[in-house]
Design a protein around this ligand. Structure first.
Ligand SMILES: [Fe+2]
Ligand SMILES: [Fe+2]
Length: 257
């Protein structure tokens, strides 16, 4: 992200500078940018929950060690996405406002919910993130094959999400969280994430159309292409999402494939 930052500040029109769409089309770019807005606060939530949950494990256990590594990785993602989101803010998008709203919502959940409920939410966030990451990384996936600071960052982040996704579900199992609770919070987390991503995506598109960066017609075409040409990606996304309804052992086996 440093090079993005450098470019933005080097340019004489830095305040209004807008780079071309880094993920090939406006809609795919907004999709990942919208996801990034959730990450600093979302990852903070997951970090706190995993740290608290790991305290209930023997400190020398494999899962306690994996939890510590998980937290270190999430902190690195958080730092990278804070910089990423600062760049979006510099491009004129109201990212800080969105971030504040998400921080407030997650703080409220943290203060009201039991640790098992928070862990259920965290595992659900991690599952949705890992499923999306798999679809981003596959050949013909949702991430552009062009090399840019954004695609490099997302490829690194997505690969670590896929690799560490088992940690929160292993914690659910270790702490004996019941199936109904895991699924209840999965449905809530899915609704929350979808609503927020779509809200941010809509806000980005509306601003870019208003300031002439993209036309409404091009947006409609790019959205239509996403739905038609990326049908396989969207079907895999839906199947990966639905796999969470499997028992944890079957889910772990499915994730390993
Ligand atoms: Fe992450
Ligand atoms: Fe993660």
């Amino acid at each position: 992200m440093d090079s993005i930052r450098q470019q933005a500040t080097d340019r004489p029109d830095a305040g209004i500078w807008i780079e071309p769409f880094w993920n090939d089309t406006p809609i795919k770019t907004y999709l990942f940018d919208a996801f990034s807005v959730l990450l600093p606060a979302g990852e903070q939530f997951v970090i706190s929950v995993v740290e608290s949950s790991a305290l209930r494990l023997p400190p020398t256990s494999t899962l306690a060690e994996q939890s510590r590594r998980f937290v270190a990785e999430e902190r690195a993602h958080q730092r990278a996405h804070r910089l990423y989101n600062q760049q979006l803010e510099k491009q004129g998008f109201e990212v800080r406002k969105y971030e504040h709203g998400i921080e407030k919502d997650l703080d409220a959940l943290r203060s009201k919910l039991s640790l098992n409920a928070q862990l259920s939410l965290a595992a659900a966030f991690e599952h949705v993130t890992a499923v999306t990451s798999r679809i981003a990384l596959r050949d013909g996936g949702l991430l552009s094959t062009r090399v840019s600071p954004q695609t490099r960052l997302w490829r690194w982040h997505c690969a670590e999400e896929v690799a560490h996704q088992h940690v929160t579900t292993d914690l659910l199992q270790a702490l004996g969280v019941p199936y109904w609770q895991r699924i209840l919070y999965f449905l809530a987390a899915s609704a929350l994430m979808s609503f927020d991503v779509l809200r941010h995506l809509y806000g980005f598109a509306r601003l870019d159309i208003a300031r002439g960066r993209v036309s409404a017609k091009r947006m409609r075409q790019a959205t239509g292409r996403l739905l038609l040409r990326d049908g396989a990606n969207l079907a895999l996304l839906a199947a990966g999402w639905a796999a969470y309804f499997l028992p944890l052992k079957a889910l772990a086996a499915a994730d390993c494939q």
